[in-house]
Write a protein that binds this ligand. Structure first.
Ligand code: OSB
Ligand code: MG
Length: 371
């Protein structure tokens, strides 16, 4: 395959409601979109999860735009065969910048699968027609509003709820949700907001309110604090930000700091590493699931394809299109199906199509690169 162009767009899509985490609030999702085209007439789409500010991790739209346009696209144009594996191998000499690398790597996966006329899910080794999903619920203005919000998601059909928590928004809101919905599967995610000293306090409220999983309460590098929390806990300790590659996962496993793994395509630099991590987790009997970054339909479709492979045992943070956007970038929309699931698309590649009209309406910037 010979590349003819790579287009890098910046898009701003309004979220149906603001999403607040321990690190801030988002009203609109701004992200980069990668569109690769070949001389043979094939295409591949990728999305970069980096946000405007480097709050979730050190990457931002600005750093990712520089990395993709000044380093990764030139590197891609020099490859003799533009496969995701050849790209990742060549890009490995650049440190970090995993969200930027992931955006290009996943576009190459979509391209290869489309060129083969095969669904990406199948190309990744999928065996499932549907994936189990839950919903991640942002911090709300008040506890009653949170309880009401959770109730509406349960009415929609989600059967697993993840609450965003932070110091000052934990025991009381989590307890209120638990009292109202005694049987719901409850997870919490703190996005690194607690000091290592908070181990006993977190264990106290998480056990009291029967929380099944506590995600990334401590800083990315605080492996020891996560191990302390995991020791003898009745809940799983899930790592998100701490695991960025196979080496960091190995270290966390050796320290017994991880009893559930959030596999985010963006955080780990692409589908290749995402799959490898999920396989490794399965081998070590650590249940895993696919995390999301409020992606548009492009990124979500990649995540759904990954989640459909046999290595994931827990429900993923992949909700229906209408949980994020009233007008998604792709069609058909993802809709919640029976048993809190999303259907894995059947078409070639990611199996959903970017709607040019929607893209043009929400595009703020566009640059095209040629070999
Ligand atoms: O930590 O999982 C996270 C969104 C933005 C940044 C970090 C996280 C999230 C989510 C969203 O929880 C999950 C989703 O996309 O549905
Ligand atoms: Mg998380």
């Amino acid at each position: 395959m010979q590349l003819s162009s790579v287009r890098l767009d910046e898009v701003e899509l309004p979220l149906v409601e603001p999403f607040e985490t321990s690190f801030g609030v988002e009203q609109n999702r701004r992200f980069l979109l990668v569109h690769i085209q070949t001389k043979e007439g094939f295409e591949g789409w990728g999305e970069c999860a980096a946000a405007v500010d480097p709050l979730y991790s050190s990457e931002s739209i600005a750093t990712a735009r520089w990395m993709i346009s000044e380093r990764l696209i030139p590197l891609l144009f020099r490859l003799s065969e533009p496969s995701p594996e050849a790209f990742s191998q060549a890009a490995a000499r650049f440190r970090g910048n995993r969200m930027a690398k992931a955006a290009v790597e996943i576009a190459l996966h979509d391209l290869r699968a489309r060129a083969a006329g095969m669904p990406l899910a199948q190309a990744l080794g999928s065996r499932r027609g549907r994936v189990r999903v839950g919903v991640s619920v942002g911090i709300q203005p008040t506890v009653p509003k949170l309880v009401e919000r959770v109730g509406r998601y349960l009415d929609d059909g989600y059967d697993r709820i993840k609450l965003k928590v932070r110091p000052g928004w934990d025991s009381v809101p989590v307890g209120a949700v638990r009292r109202e919905y005694p049987d719901v599967e409850l997870w919490v995610d703190a996005n690194q907001a607690y000091p290592a000293l908070a181990v006993a306090e977190i264990r106290g409220w998480a056990e009291e309110h029967h929380v099944a999983q506590v995600e990334q309460p401590f800083a990315e590098r605080s492996i020891r604090a996560h191990a302390e929390l995991a020791r003898g806990a009745s809940f799983r300790v899930c790592l998100d930000e701490s695991v960025v590659d196979e080496a960091s996962f190995d270290d966390a496993l050796a320290a017994r700091a991880v009893t559930s793994l959030n596999v985010k395509v963006a955080r780990v630099g692409g589908l290749g590493t995402g799959l490898a991590l999920a396989q490794r987790a399965a081998r070590d009997h650590v249940p895993s699931w696919v995390g999301g970054m409020l992606e548009s339909g492009v990124g979500r479709a990649h995540n759904v394809a990954l989640a459909s492979t046999p290595f994931f045992g827990l429900s993923s943070d992949l909700s229906a299109s209408d949980r994020y956007y009233s007008q998604d970038l792709t069609e058909p929309p993802f809709v919640l199906g029976p048993g809190s699931t999303l259907e894995v698309p059947h078409g070639p590649g990611i199996g959903v199509e970017v709607v040019e009209r929607v893209l043009r309406k929400h595009r703020r910037e566009s640059r095209t690169f040629r070999p």
